[in-house]
Design a protein around this ligand. Structure first.
Ligand code: IPM
Ligand code: MN
Length: 352
């Protein structure tokens, strides 16, 4: 019998993306056992855009849809005006592949120092299930009388019954996983966003009947920021909309130890999912060997889990934990190791 094989789309992208993806692929080769990988490279990002004017040609999109999963480095180029690549590349892939879940684990690994010295690794262990296909990211709205003194800018949050229901259902199901504590917290702003928040709350209340074994809770998004610092242990699985999820997961990254550790998945449970370090292209650190690859390696771990390669994923996890026990800091330039040496540490820990 020939071994399982996975076609993995690789988008190194911009800035430090290629450096961290290289470490991810190095770790993948080290933990791969019992299955084959067919990497499919994609030249997408700011460089290609500046060179050819193309951002995401149809045929590239079609090739992406033919993969089993995607590993993305970073999108964002200092010479490209903000908003262009984000919308036409990153968000377009999320939307076209209908990756409606943005899954962001917030886990404090042993030995990692953060800005909140009172937190222990038992305190910080939750996941954020961020809606990834609508809300304020839907692009609804427009300008009126642009550039005049009576200018109007409208940016609307679109929340569909279908969209809210599928993300809340995913979160409830996630809360039942054996590694979770069966608690789901809706984070929103129901005291002000009385339509969108109301829809989210009603859907949570309805599905709570079906998931009677899962405890539910509600926290306003501003209060959630307080609890991330003051009492993170109250969270197990958080479900929230696209914009709130974007914001609170950066705070989540900081209580993990920094952006250098924060990985996320853009998941379509029935389709092709894409995994990425959430920190961006870090132009300041490009090519210096200072960037932390652990977030990209964490993204690889999530990709392996998504492909059903639990054993390989567990080895990556062990490798990341080993590297965390060695690094004095997760911040670029303060790690005491180069990007590639951190990748080597992960390989060492994964092989132990
Ligand atoms: C993220 C990023 C993106 C987002 C940007 C780059 C469009 O901040 O993945 O969190 O807002 O979703
Ligand atoms: Mn973000």
């Amino acid at each position: 019998m020939s071994p399982r094989s996975h076609r993995i789309g690789v988008i190194p992208g911009d800035g430090t993306g290629p450096e961290v993806v290289r470490e991810g692929l190095k770790v993948l080769e080290a933990v791969r056992s019992g299955f084959d990988v067919e990497p499919v490279a994609f030249d997408l990002g700011g460089e290609r855009y500046l060179r050819t004017g193309e951002i995401l040609p149809e045929e590239e999109l079609a090739r992406l849809k033919e993969t089993d999963g995607i590993l993305l480095g970073a999108i964002g180029h200092p010479e490209v005006r903000p908003g262009i690549l984000e919308r036409a590349l990153l968000l377009r892939i999320r939307f076209e592949l209908d990756e409606y879940v943005n899954l962001r684990p917030v886990i404090r690994y042993p030995g990692v120092k953060t800005l909140v010295p009172s937190h222990t690794e038992d305190d910080v262990n939750f996941v954020v299930v961020r809606e990834n296909s609508e809300g304020l990211y839907g692009g609804a709205g427009g300008f009126h009388r642009k550039g005049t003194e009576h200018e109007v800018a409208v940016q609307e949050s679109i929340n569909t019954r279908h969209g809210v229901e599928r993300i809340v259902r995913y979160a409830f199901e996630y809360a039942r996983r054996p590694d979770r504590r069966k608690k789901l917290t809706l984070v929103h702003k129901t005291n002000v966003l009385t339509y969108a928040g109301d829809l989210y709350q009603r859907v949570v209340d309805e599905l709570a009947q079906e998931f009677a074994d899962v405890e539910t809770d509600y926290v306003h998004v501003d209060a959630a920021c307080i609890f991330f610092l003051a009492e993170p242990s109250r969270f197990d699985v958080i479900v929230t909309d696209n914009m709130f999820g974007d914001i609170i997961t950066d705070l989540g990254a900081m209580i993990q130890g920094g952006m250098g550790l924060a990985a996320g998945g853009n998941i379509n449970p029935q389709g092709v999912s894409m995994f990425e370090p959430i920190g961006g292209s870090a132009p300041r650190h490009t090519g210096t060997g200072a960037i932390n690859p652990l977030a990209a390696i964490g993204a690889l771990q999530m990709l392996l889990e998504n492909l059903g390669e639990e054993e390989a994923a567990a080895r990556v996890d062990a490798g990341i934990r080993f590297a965390c026990s060695k690094l004095p800091s997760m911040r670029a330039g303060e790690m005491g190791y180069t990007t590639s040496e951190v990748g080597d540490l992960v390989v060492e820990g994964a092989s132990a």
